[in-house]
Design a binder for this molecule. Structure first.
Ligand SMILES: Cc1cc2nc3c(=O)[nH]c(=O)nc-3n(C[C@H](O)[C@H](O)[C@H](O)COP(=O)(O)O)c2cc1C
Length: 203
């Protein structure tokens, strides 16, 4: 089978992309509007992209109606955000925060998610997240127009919170203790419980 994306509608292309580029890490992003209203939403078009300078990216695409998501609206007002990582124990709460709430209504309050104050940015972080990256906006790259068009948000990581509970005896994050989830296609997720090692040929 072959798919010619140049001949297909965006919604269908989206389905093929999220059903094949797997698994994807999840950024659970907290933002704040300039009048102090807090938002929290998950994004799996997400990656860390370089350590020099420490940078990550995630992509709030436009809605099916072509509108900006609340996360993007907030970042355009207050150019700061926190990327929280999602362990298995928080997966259901994370999923709940994907609900379309009226702009300005806080997912923290609506779904009973405890927030902790950030140190260098205004949006709070998710208190129970094992890792939270406090970021300042580097840039937004827009790709396409209308429904599902991308707003690629690049963030400079300023401060990272790592729960002591997820550290191994070597002081590094232990993947078993982190117990992060990844997004598969549709409504499916994966856990990081089945891992294997490969020796790098060049080491
Ligand atoms: C696990 C998961 C991953 C998601 N990834 C994305 C994504 O990468 N980009 C996106 O625009 N929406 C993504 N969504 C949908 C948004 O979370 C959803 O549209 C949400 O309502 C946006 O919130 P906001 O309007 O408060 O910013 C994802 C949803 C889930 C549950």
């Amino acid at each position: 089978m072959k798919l010619d994306f140049s001949q297909m509608p965006a919604r269908e292309i989206y389905g093929w992309m999220i059903g094949t580029i797997l698994p994807r890490p999840i950024a659970w992003v907290s933002t704040i509007s300039d009048d102090g209203r807090v938002n929290l939403a998950p994004f799996s078009f997400f990656q860390g992209i370089t350590a020099n300078p420490p940078t990550l990216m995630f992509v709030p695409v436009n809605t099916r109606e072509g509108a900006k998501k609340d996360t993007l609206r907030n970042i355009e007002q207050v150019p700061e955000f926190v990327v929280n990582l999602v362990p298995y124990g928080l997966a259901e709460k994370m999923n709940a925060t994907a609900a379309l709430l009226p702009y300005g209504e806080s997912e923290f309050e609506k779904f009973g998610i405890a927030a902790a104050a950030s140190e260098r940015v205004r949006p709070p972080r998710v208190a129970a997240a094992p890792v939270s990256f406090e970021c300042t906006l580097h840039s937004i790259v827009r790709l396409g127009e209308g429904p599902l068009a991308a707003n690629v948000v690049f963030g400079r990581i300023s401060l990272v919170h790592v729960s002591d509970e997820v550290l191994g005896t070597d002081g590094r994050p232990d993947p078993v203790k982190l117990d992060l989830v990844g997004r598969m296609g549709g409504e499916s997720y994966t856990r990081t419980t089945d891992r294997f090692d490969l020796k790098r040929p060049d080491r």
